[in-house]
Ligand binder design. Structure first.
Ligand SMILES: Cc1cc2nc3c(=O)[nH]c(=O)nc-3n(C[C@H](O)[C@H](O)[C@H](O)COP(=O)(O)O)c2cc1C
Length: 175
């Protein structure tokens, strides 16, 4: 059954693009994700899916908090690169990137960002390669109006790829 799947069908699912951040003590980190969704309104809760190999996964598990920056369509591949294709284990991703600290102590990227959210983890679902973290939203702020960056725009206009740690990775596609 699995070998008969037409993986192109998954490409028709719509997503936005976000920087999800966390901290471990004073260490800060963040990564690109396409998997932020609001899951309930009352109380306001969001969920995010993070690969277990990522430093961000380690930080969210340790601190129990995460931040979300909603990227806009002025975001460039140069800006996305360090957050989406490198690990914070190999260097500080926040050097030279404008951000502010939220009430939970997580960094919130302010460049190319429309809105900011912070959440406290209330549940974690083991998905095998990834974890799904569900969090209560404890702060939210709109920085400016604009167009959210979509996964479609990322693929079609920015010609971006999905790396192996992304849930939407397609192994037959060259990076
Ligand atoms: C467009 C795009 C979407 C991505 N979506 C996700 C995602 O939803 N979840 C995830 O765990 N990784 C995702 N990634 C991969 C991470 O951003 C990448 O593995 C990052 O280097 C992890 O960094 P860290 O080890 O510092 O946490 C995505 C990357 C890109 C470029």
């Amino acid at each position: 059954m699995g070998s008969e799947l037409d993986r192109r069908a998954f490409r028709d699912l719509s997503y936005g693009l976000y920087i999800v951040t966390s901290r471990e003590g004073n260490r800060l980190n963040g990564q690109i994700v396409n998997t932020v969704i609001q899951v309930t309104s009352d109380p306001p809760r969001v969920a995010v899916i993070i690969n277990k190999k990522n430093l961000t996964h380690e930080f969210i598990t340790q601190s129990g908090v995460f931040g979300v920056s909603v990227l806009d369509d002025t975001t460039t591949m140069t800006f996305i690169g360090p957050f989406g294709f490198r690990s914070g284990r190999d260097g500080d991703k926040f050097a030279g990137v404008p951000f502010k600290k939220g009430s939970t102590g997580v960094p919130l990227v302010t460049e190319h960002s429309l809105s900011l959210l912070e959440a406290k983890v209330i549940d974690c679902v083991d998905l095998g390669t990834h974890s799904l973290f569900v969090g209560d939203v404890v702060s939210s702020e709109v920085l400016k109006t604009g167009n959210p960056l979509t996964y479609h725009f990322y693929h079609e206009v920015l010609k971006g790829k999905s790396p192996p740690n992304a849930p939407t990775f397609m192994s037959h596609q060259p990076l």
